[in-house]
Ligand binder design. Sequence first.
Ligand SMILES: Cc1cc2nc3c(=O)[nH]c(=O)nc-3n(C[C@H](O)[C@H](O)[C@H](O)COP(=O)(O)OP(=O)(O)OC[C@H]3O[C@@H](n4cnc5c(N)ncnc54)[C@H](O)[C@@H]3O)c2cc1C
Length: 295
Amino acid sequence: MQVPAPFDYAKATSVDHALALLAEHGPEARVVAGGHSLIPMMKLRLARPDALIDINGLTDLAYLRTDGDSLAVGALTRHVDVLTSPLVAEHFAVLVEAERVIADPIVRNWGTVGGSLCQADPAEDLPAALVALGATVVIRNREGSRTVPVRELHVGPYETVVEAGELLTEVRIPIRPGGSSAYEKVERRAGDWGAAAAAAALWLTSGVAGYSIDDVGLGLTAVGAEHYIVPEAEEFLRGKLATEENFAAAGEIAARTCNPAADQRGPVDYKRHLAKELTVRALRRAAGRARVEEA
Ligand SMILES: Cc1cc2nc3c(=O)[nH]c(=O)nc-3n(C[C@H](O)[C@H](O)[C@H](O)COP(=O)(O)OP(=O)(O)OC[C@H]3O[C@@H](n4cnc5c(N)ncnc54)[C@H](O)[C@@H]3O)c2cc1C
């Protein structure tokens, strides 16, 4: 039987209390939210925290609400609440589609947005969707708080800029008029981690020559895209027409610039092919949605 190494446990009653507990227990203490990623890693002894600071009592970190021109999502919001939120459905199809393919109901009922982002698994679905939407996160420590773009949150596999003693408290997603988005994932079987996935968000303007791309956000999952982003493909698309040819060229750039590793979900060539194909499909569906909304 796999059992974790011994650890202390403390339950936080507020964000300030959680920060105080993290300080008290030192740099080897870890926050536990849903525990779906951390507990299995502890059982395998891939993580050996001295102490777990349980934040499940911080219900004031579980919310989805509009705040000015953003959607604010508390770090303790469960996947299922994002998936079923009318606010998310109204503005961010890419997020609904990404949530729908995260694992199974058991994981989605308890796993959290903050945990998904802080786990920084290269195959995690939320980071790609959130970089495409230009989201930021709020990170709290005992001195105050800072805001970091999700594009700068992940510094490597299982590594983020959230430091020991800090808590990610909120995700903020800008609500920009005229946007449309989509998420495409290939998984070996329902509920599996992706072999690859792509997120696309588009802001289009219609003109005599067709729809032109005012702005675009792209994200890639499980194919070794640094920070889950593909800035060269975004740069290529900005100002161009939303055509199949341009989407195909962007897909080629995505495939060329990502850096997949072979694993049980497929060899490198297959994953590069998926990076291209899924980028094209996500762009195509996002553009289709924009046209339907305008009609
Ligand atoms: C069987 C299975 C299948 C899965 N399939 C998928 C999938 O297909 N796609 C996908 O995207 N994910 C998948 N997941 C992962 C899952 O969605 C998330 O990794 C998980 O929900 C992480 O959230 P959590 O709340 O459980 O985090 P936890 O396990 O509690 O924590 C994960 C890490 O984040 C840290 N942390 C948590 N919250 C905070 C915070 N607020 N501030 C600072 N640090 C924090 C913890 O200290 C820990 O290091 C799967 C998980 C399982 C068990």
